[in-house]
Write a protein that binds this ligand. Sequence first.
Ligand code: ATP
Ligand code: MG
Length: 565
Amino acid sequence: MSDTNNEFSVGKNFITAIIDKDNETGKYEGRVATRFPPEPNGYLHIGHAKSICLNFGLAKDYSGTCNLRFDDTNPVKEDTEYVDSIQEDVRWLGFGWDDRIHYSSDYFGKLYEFAVQLIKVGKAYVDSLSAEEIREYRGTLKEPGKDSPYRNRSIEENLELFEKMKNGEFGDGEHVLRAKIDMSSANVIMRDPTIYRIRKASHHRTGDDWCIYPMYDFTHCISDSLEKITHSICTLEFENNRALYDWVLETLGVYRPQQLEFARLNLGYTVMSKRRLIQLVEDGYVSGWDDPRMPTISGMRRRGYSPASIRNFCERIGVAKAANMVDFALLEFSVREDLNMNSPRYMGVINPLKVVIENYPEGQVEEFEFQNNPEDPEAGTRMVPFSRTMYIERDDFMEDAPKKFFRLSVGREVRLRYAYYVTCTDVVKDDNGEIIELRCTYDPETRGGWSKDGRKVKGTIHWISVEHAVETEVRLYNHLFTKENPMDNKDGSDFKDHINPESLEVRPKCYVEPALGNVEPGFRCQFERIGYFCADLDSTPEKPVFNRTATLRDTWKKIEKKQVK
Ligand code: ATP
Ligand code: MG
């Protein structure tokens, strides 16, 4: 499959313009070093894919490097399960990091030293206000903040208190270490931000070595600096944090990368923040992080999206400064485009109706040759068994059919794909009047699906021989939310109020041709005329389970034309 990323390129955008300029002026001696810095507090989503494609893609386009760095400074929310899943997802997207894997927690010792250095130059102090008081003292966008009464502690006292914080002599929240910047700064972030706090919690990597943990704004810039990153790319909500990023590194007098911000991806009919996604998982709205309805990379993989389709999507949406909402249809377009080229075709019936071909000899079986992929001649052909009793799609029959209905109806003739012309002669109903079976006759003179006398039929439908059919469960998916932007709470609603009750439809009794009887989970294919499907993790040799990856749209028309001779 198309799972390598050799063809991937970020393309030109405002970030590459900056890099080109830096390379011209020799700002970083022509080096390009980026990083992808997830916090391991959840699984990656399609928004992260945008950031991954950008950071790893730039490294690829400029023959530079991209580090994978776990921003793991919050012991309470982070977990090795997430660390593992993140690595799997980045690799699956087609990117690698060789030995350039880092953890902010590896820098805890150095970060502590840097904090001590700030105290020593009078640029950090231990504050003993409560969290709430700190918030009050901070002021608002309109009003300046007030100095904490502890702001002018002596350097000696600060050093001593900070060491005691580290040694576990205080409880959570008793003290924090703050940068000493400017309580009346117009940029609220610069009003003496907290850079260390006490958290008596075990960390998934450092265990109980530490009970003070550095804050994001302090950790991130120093990690970038230590790793000699050149372009530190993040999303727009960090624009105001850039001043602090620069302040910390300048004050410490260390190497300074430049922070660049781009607009995060928002996608319609879903939510993207890990904080929200974890609620969906924990409250049981979905089956897990990899539920095929989730916007997570693992969910999309399980649903059958290919890595190439996600990369193509990221290439298509580009990188800009303006926030916007991307249409879900654009993602599906990218998925279809790739699957159309690369997935083999099979027949599957997802709403079965039985057909008996009355004049076809009992016990007879013929095999017909099918092209595996009309888009790809190299994909070859396969043989499909045909017999007297068939399943067809219920939608391919209509009792009181209008003139323009070119599929089956009593008295009408259609082509069973690649096999024979059949004419419907009768319907069988149950006591409730529901159609349970069709009776047909076939024309033996139309073997292969075309008539020697030149008689044309307008409809071609797919079929599965009942005695050869493999029973499967099929899962159909719709948007997880009924509202394009579930986060819009102007009407006072919570995002969970907009969960789509019909986002999953399970069809326990569907049928596919025998060739699909024993496929591995993750196997992707097209069910002709129905859509793209992927074998689910829940598949067993006894019963395959297929997820509908995406519907087809118009491609059937093209195939049909090719077949009519
Ligand atoms: P979330 O709100 O989902 O928790 P986050 O930004 O807190 O996202 P991180 O793990 O810190 O998640 O993100 C790692 C990287 O991915 C960051 O550089 C971040 O800017 C980027 N990123 C996260 N969400 C998006 C998005 N929707 N679009 C583009 N980039 C994103
Ligand atoms: Mg975060």
